[in-house]
Ligand binder design. Structure first.
Ligand code: SAH
Length: 301
């Protein structure tokens, strides 16, 4: 599906910081709560078994406890437990980022905060920039593209109002970080990237982390992903002057599109567009500056 490419060299360039850092918020610590809870439950179950138990019964009890342990991750793709590094030396920095830059600046959805705490952003940025991974700023990922700042990722994720059952389309995979965060919040995430080497690198990281509900494709997001439509939510992470017609058609009734709307290198407005009785209902949100959408849409410029 993905084309083979040669370079994953990272170059230097910008995305614009959106807001100044702010005050401290309260405590973090949502990540993997459910998994811990299951483990504890399994241990409890094991300790409840009578001392002299028949082999058959013991086997049955083990089968039940094993099922209890794995069933939730079968039924909900977004709960896939992430393959963690043996020692995540960035865990503290990540928690500080959640408190200071997300909670501290008004991100409230506990599912979004938990997803941002669970996904290791440092793995999505070039090695020489990892020490900056939990600062609230965009970073260069190569091919003149950037990974968005954590606050923007959290803010857009919150605006999508995901509950866990949705099918989401992202335009602009970039590093794959936003797709990984969405994968913790929705059932299925489809993401399209126009630069093959970025898509290939994103795939490696996403696979390494063990996500099973993220589908990547190289192509022009302007055309969407017809075979997988309709989508409950669509997120554009590159700016466009208006909602591309094909994407609009691939959004289900009641669905929403979040996108930076505007022209390249000019201030853009983040908008949420809902499909209500087939019509656009637009909410204008914060001012932002994203890289421009390239490909087919440029022909109209
Ligand atoms: N979501 C990304 C950041 C995206 S930056 C992350 O989490 O890292 C915007 C991305 O959109 C860039 O990688 C750029 O190559 C891609 N892009 C631009 N125009 C596109 C198009 N027409 N179709 C698909 N991807 C596009």
């Amino acid at each position: 599906m993905l084309k083979k490419t040669t370079s994953t060299k990272f170059s230097t360039r910008k995305e614009i910081p959106l807001h100044p850092p702010l005050a401290k918020g309260d405590e973090g610590g949502f990540a993997d709560w459910a998994i811990h809870k299951q483990c504890k439950f399994q241990i409890c179950l094991a300790s409840l078994l009578p001392a002299k138990i028949s082999c058959k019964r013991a086997l049955f009890a083990w089968a039940v406890s094993l099922f209890l342990l794995i069933a939730p991750s079968i039924s909900a793709g977004q709960q896939t437990s992430l393959q963690r590094e043996p020692h995540d030396s960035f865990a503290t920095a990540r928690r500080t980022m959640i408190d200071r830059d997300l909670r501290g600046r008004g991100i409230k959805d506990p599912r979004v905060l938990a997803a941002m705490e669970a996904v290791p952003r440092h793995l999505f940025v070039p090695e020489n920039l990892r020490r900056f991974a939990y600062e609230d700023r965009p970073l260069l990922i190569g091919e003149d593209q950037t990974i968005s700042q954590p606050y923007v990722v959290a803010y857009m994720s919150e605006l999508l109002e995901l509950r866990g059952h949705e099918k989401v389309l992202e335009i602009g995979t970039g590093s794959g970080y936003q797709a990984a965060v969405l994968a913790r919040l929705a059932a299925e995430v489809y993401s399209i990237e126009i630069v093959p080497s970025l898509s290939e690198r994103a795939r490696r990281v996403i696979d390494q982390l063990g996500f099973k509900n993220v589908y990547l494709k190289v192509g022009d997001g302007f055309f969407g992903w017809e075979e997988k439509a309709p989508f409950d939510a669509i997120l554009l992470t590159a700016a466009a002057p208006k909602v591309p017609e094909r994407l609009w058609r691939q959004l289900r009734e009641g669905g929403r599109i979040i996108m930076p709307r505007g022209e390249p290198r000019r201030p853009q407005r983040l908008v949420r567009v809902r499909k209500v009785a087939g019509k656009e209902v637009i909410e204008e949100l914060k001012e932002v500056l994203f890289v421009p959408m390239t490909g087919e849409i440029q022909k109209a410029r």
